[in-house]
Write a protein that binds this ligand. Structure first.
Ligand code: SAJ
Length: 415
């Protein structure tokens, strides 16, 4: 049976390891985080995702997937470690380098090495391939296969999208891309687009940069609509009726570990100055400040106001709070000395603390919706209204209905 070593057991690595283990491969999952390893070896995934727990326990109990912090010799090595932003908005690739250092002594003829981590163009060939070649004396593309295959899954739909989303695969040569495609076809029903390494690296970055620029357009259009005294939501609804228009939603900022980061990767080494891409990043990063200004305008006549923030995750119905706009907002509120409590029953922990609903709304002067978790549709505004000092609602996601809130004598505002 072919063996696969998956380096990095996060949102992508763990589901990928499970899919391969349940489709004919023996998989060795490697992570450097002891808590993750202990939790997984106790039989419980550390990530909240539909279907993941069932899939993991199936392959783990059948010993098709084993977990440790040590690399084991394998036929295939997949690197799916974080690639965060470092200083001066440059990529931080030390986790990729560490993973390559861990596997390079094991690489032998006919192995397949795949980088899945979103990375600046040139990373697969120069950081992964070259390091392995220098150490092993083998040549990427001739003695072993080297490919890049980024994920396109949406948190909350990981398993479904791993199986059904088309994917791009770059190879240092066509044979490498084909070898990687054969591997993913063991569980994927989708189509694969084979190309060279750099094209595949830039395709991934282009997808997310396209989204960031379009969200920035939507946030800017929202300000124009506000200045014109009309609803951005009406404008988007009708404009999107055009067969070739798809304006995205304005919001309180752009979070997560991809969309705010990938545009910087595409600019890295791109040799351009004063770009639309960078300006879009600045527009989106400035949104939490806009939320703060809107909240202060609502609270301007209230001494020592308290704000109840609904939602800590970076987006609806996920537990991930990485790069969350709420984090940026809390930083501003802390600097300005404004008292705020955060309530989020979905988020898996938050550095500014999370309160139960009653504690968070007690004596509050403003409900500030930052994340449209489905569970917030069930809020009992009658009870909440009784607990608050002033009944104000600032809805940054067009999530609630103004008339519904006004029934409980809320003043309803949007960004
Ligand atoms: N957001 C808006 N308005 C929108 C859409 C999103 O303000 O109309 C905000 C969200 O609230 C969130 C941020 O942008 O804070 C990012 O949300 P997202 O749903 O755009 O991004 P991710 O990071 O959950 O998933 C994206 C997806 N990429 C694209 O849709 C092009 C996913 O397919 C990728 O696999 C993922 O990035 C990734 O890991 O690269």
């Amino acid at each position: 049976m072919k063996t696969v070593c998956v380096m990095g057991l996060g949102y992508i690595g763990l589901p990928t390891a499970c899919m391969l283990a349940s489709n004919g491969y023996r998989v060795h999952g490697v992570d450097v985080n002891k808590d993750i390893i202990n939790k997984l070896n106790s039989g419980i995934p550390h990530i909240e995702e539909p279907e993941l727990e069932g899939l993991f326990s199936k392959v783990f109990s059948k010993e098709r997937l084993e977990i440790s912090n040590k690399v084991k010799k394998a036929d295939v090595y997949i690197i799916s470690v974080p690639t965060p932003l470092g200083n001066k908005n440059m990529s931080e690739l030390k986790y990729v380098e560490n993973a390559v250092d861990m596997i390079k002594e094991h690489i032998c003829r006919d192995n397949l090495v795949i980088l899945e981590s979103t990375s600046p163009p040139g990373t697969t060939e120069n950081l992964v391939g070259k390091k392995i070649d220098q150490y092993s004396g083998l040549a990427a593309g001739e003695d072993y296969f080297l490919a890049f295959c980024p994920e396109r899954v949406l948190p909350g739909r990981l398993i479904y999208e791993l199986v059904n989303n088309d994917r791009v695969i770059g190879g240092i040569n066509p044979e490498s891309a084909e070898k990687a495609m054969d591997l993913y076809k063991s569980f994927s029903k989708a189509s694969f687009y084979l190309t060279d390494l750099k094209t595949a690296e830039i395709v991934k970055l282009a997808e997310n940069t396209y989204r960031d620029v379009n969200i920035a357009f939507s946030n800017e259009l929202s300000k124009i609509c506000k200045n014109q005294g009309i609803s951005i939501w009406d404008v988007i609804e009708v404009a999107n009726k055009h067969p070739r228009v798809n304006i995205l939603n304005p919001g309180p900022g752009v979070g997560g570990h991809c969309i705010p980061i990938d545009p910087w990767f595409i600019l890295e080494g791109g040799g351009l100055k004063d770009t639309l891409i960078e300006k879009s990043r600045r527009v989106n990063d400035a949104m939490p400040e806009k939320v703060f200004e809107a909240a202060m305008d609502i609270l301007k006549d209230i001494k020592d106001p308290k704000i109840t923030v609904l939602g800590a995750s970076y987006k609806e119905n996920v537990d991930d709070t990485r790069e969350s706009p709420t984090g940026a907002l809390m930083e501003i509120l802390k600097i300005k000395g404004i008292h705020a409590s955060v309530h989020d029953p979905v988020a898996g922990g938050f550095k500014y603390g999370l309160e139960d609903l009653e504690t968070a709304v007690k004596k509050s002067d403003l409900l500030l919706l930052m994340v449209g978790h489905n569970i917030f549709k069930e809020l009992d505004f009658g009870n909440i209204a009784r607990l608050m000092n002033n009944r104000n609602m600032l809805d940054t996601r067009n999530f609630f209905h103004k008339k519904e809130l006004e029934k409980y004598s809320f003043k309803y505002f949007q960004l």
